[in-house]
Write a protein that binds this ligand. Structure first.
Ligand SMILES: Nc1ncnc2c1ncn2[C@@H]1O[C@H](COP(=O)(O)OP(=O)(O)OP(=O)(O)O)[C@@H](O)[C@H]1O
Ligand SMILES: [Mg+2]
Length: 393
């Protein structure tokens, strides 16, 4: 049977590899170049930061970069930052754990013998100060550095030792950090210092980060030179051709046909957002009754998909907000997807500016809004403004 539910290629979800990864060739090429330059032992490259709203495809792209780097023998250490109480401690442990797992994966590669001479000892030592046991006894290595218990110093020494070893193997060392806006100031500052040193001394060490559009601002607050350490890439809507491919490629691969008005109907509902394309793709497959998808199928799919998004993607955020915070969000939604000037909100809500700052702070902490610039607020999720307009309470 053709539209077998079990064959549905679409599965919207955080970081889930899409059935067709489209429209990100520029970013992939940029990373490819970084890998090629590391192979040639070229120096002076910058890390890459992907910024964008929720659901645009940052994590998927970071995963892609990690795979590319690993295929080329790199040490890749990937983790997600975590806000709130206990976040800093948990992230340090994750970093240590991923470092240890990462080097273990290199056992069969040319980098291993170099790491044994220089690198493994530092990783073992820094693991202890990051809150984890050192490398287990089955790994024998020369004594390392990175044991001062000062995060800045230890991180930099470990990164130096590891990246010098990786360079000998014509590969690199990547720290892939998702939700990077949530890194605690201590670790963030230490990492930026290390990236700075790496750039100056030609170590093939790169921070590859993903985060909300507020990320570049956070980095500049931490280190004034941060802007010069990275190539920033805004990840946004997919262009029309790519958005169409995101739907038609997986569908055609399975022998069905999607074109013309039915295709346009779904595309205009999704507005080029990666997550929405996957969500509508899934309902399109569910709604389709024959090999060639009809306008009727497409309209039904949009209805079902919008309901799914309302009950999942959007409502998860809406329910996290208190009544007062919802009034704040509703006042923002007058500007559609925004941004909104905070000064404007006091007028709309009949409250003075200072009484709104704590609501603003809590909504930022909950990840529902962010400050694209000083004095502005905006939803982290595309379509949130329209969703709020559809809500009764
Ligand atoms: N280039 C792409 N082409 C098609 N689909 C994509 C693409 N990138 C991501 N997607 C799909 O979009 C959805 C969201 O992707 P992802 O989780 O990477 O977004 P994100 O930007 O990391 O979101 P968040 O900020 O919520 O973490 C996933 O279902 C994924 O499969
Ligand atoms: Mg993500």
């Amino acid at each position: 049977m053709l539209m077998e539910p079990a064959l549905n290629p679409f599965a919207p979800g955080s970081g889930v590899k899409p059935p067709a990864l489209v429209g990100r060739q520029q970013e992939i090429d940029a990373f490819d170049l970084l890998v090629a330059r590391a192979k040639a032992n070229a120096a002076g490259d910058r890390g890459i930061l992907l910024t964008g709203l929720r659901g645009v495809g940052k994590t998927v792209l970071l995963n892609e970069f990690s795979e590319m780097a690993r295929r080329n023998g790199w040490l890749v250490v990937q983790f997600e930052a975590q806000a709130g109480e206990g976040g800093a401690e948990a992230v340090r442990k994750k970093l240590a754990r991923e470092l240890q797992l990462g080097v273990r994966r290199l056992r069969q590669t040319p980098a291993w013998s170099h790491l044994r001479e220089q690198g493994l000892g530092s990783i073992s030592n820094i693991s202890v100060s990051l809150g984890l046991q050192g490398l287990t006894a089955d790994l024998k290595f020369a004594a390392g550095r990175a044991d001062s218990r000062e995060l800045d110093i230890d991180l930099e020494e470990m990164i130096e030792d590891v990246s010098v070893s990786m360079r000998k193997a014509r590969a690199g060392f990547a720290l892939v950090i998702d939700e990077m806006q949530d890194l605690d100031p201590g670790l963030l500052g230490a990492l930026l210092t290390a990236q700075h040193a790496a750039g100056q001394r030609g170590w093939p060490f790169y921070i590859i980060g993903g985060g909300l559009p507020s990320l570049p601002g956070r980095l500049s607050e931490s280190r004034s030179y941060a802007e010069r350490l990275f190539h920033y890439r805004m990840i946004g809507k997919l262009d029309d051709k790519s958005a169409a491919d995101a739907l038609t490629v997986p569908i055609e691969r399975l022998g069905a046909v999607l074109k013309g008005e039915p295709l346009q109907t779904v595309l205009s509902a999704a507005g080029g957002y990666a997550y929405f394309l996957q969500a509508y793709g899934r309902t399109l497959w569910e709604a389709a009754s024959e090999k060639e998808i009809t306008v009727g199928d497409a309209k039904l799919a949009v209805e079902l998909g919008t309901a799914d998004l309302d009950h999942g993607f959007f409502v998860a955020r809406w329910q996290r907000a208190t009544q007062a915070e919802r009034r704040y969000l509703r006042a923002m939604s007058q500007d559609g997807e925004g941004p909104t000037a905070t000064a404007e909100l006091s007028g709309r809500l009949g409250k003075d500016h200072s009484s709104l700052t704590s609501q603003r702070a809590r909504l930022i902490e909950k990840g529902i809004i962010f400050a694209p610039e000083h004095g502005l607020v905006q939803f982290t999720v595309p379509g949130m403004g329209a969703f709020i307009t559809r809500q009764q309470d």
